[in-house]
Write a protein that binds this ligand. Structure first.
Ligand SMILES: [Zn+2]
Length: 218
């Protein structure tokens, strides 16, 4: 399924703006929307999100040609990323976008399974923890606060069970080390010897899971 190109208000801007000059070129690459944001920053930055929206942040008084040149130099990068995001979106649609009922089922499964697994691994590792909160998050799979309160993304239930186990152990290891130091990773490996492969799975497939939950559209 091809997502229709959404036209923002800025499309009506004068043909002289960097937006209108860039829009046509970038939309050909699969970019859905372009935002140029001027602020009190010193450098230009460029970012593309899950929705294939490109945001260019520039200092207030940046010359139009400077912006155009900055983007031109990065056009291959933008095109490659826009293409990758479209592929991931297609894969998410192939696997199935969650319906409201599907999401409800996932929440219930998560509420049954995650606290149980946390309890199991915490006992095995000899660590304590606070509350366990389940959420649907845009970017995070899990987190652990200084007080030991744990957050987990319910979309983890869409991943193979060993991935959920890895995220739980990862967060519980933060009860021993609040950083990602070598000591922290050694601790993770003690409980999940193939943690590297599981991390790789998440970084390869994570965006697809988020897209199946359509978190980025909410
Ligand atoms: Zn961590």
């Amino acid at each position: 399924m091809k997502t229709p190109i959404r036209m923002g208000k800025r499309d009506a801007a004068s043909t002289d703006s960097p937006e209108s000059a860039l829009r046509e070129r970038l939309y050909c690459c699969g970019v859905q929307r372009l935002n140029v944001i001027r602020s009190r920053r010193k450098t230009i930055s460029l970012d593309i999100n899950y929705r294939n929206e490109v945001t260019i942040r520039v200092p207030y008084y940046t010359d139009r040609n400077q912006i155009l040149q900055f983007v031109e130099e990065r056009e291959d990068w933008i095109e490659a990323n826009a293409c990758l995001i479209q592929e991931k979106q297609a894969e998410a649609e192939r696997q199935g976008i969650l319906t409201e009922e599907g999401l409800e089922r996932l929440k219930q499964q998560a509420a049954r399974l995650i606290p149980q697994k946390v309890q199991y691994y915490a006992a095995q590792m000899g660590v304590s923890y606070g509350t366990v909160t389940l959420r649907m998050q845009k970017t995070k799979w899990g987190s652990c606060s200084g007080r030991g309160n744990l957050n987990f993304n319910i979309l983890l239930l869409l991943a193979p069970p060993e991935i959920l186990d890895y995220v739980i152990v990862h967060e519980l290891c933060h009860r021993k080390y609040m950083d990602h130091s070598a000591a922290f990773w050694n601790e993770v490996k003690k409980h999940i010897p193939d943690c590297t492969a599981r991390r790789r799975w998440l970084s390869d497939n994570g965006m697809i899971l988020m897209m199946r939950g359509q978190v980025y559209r909410r």
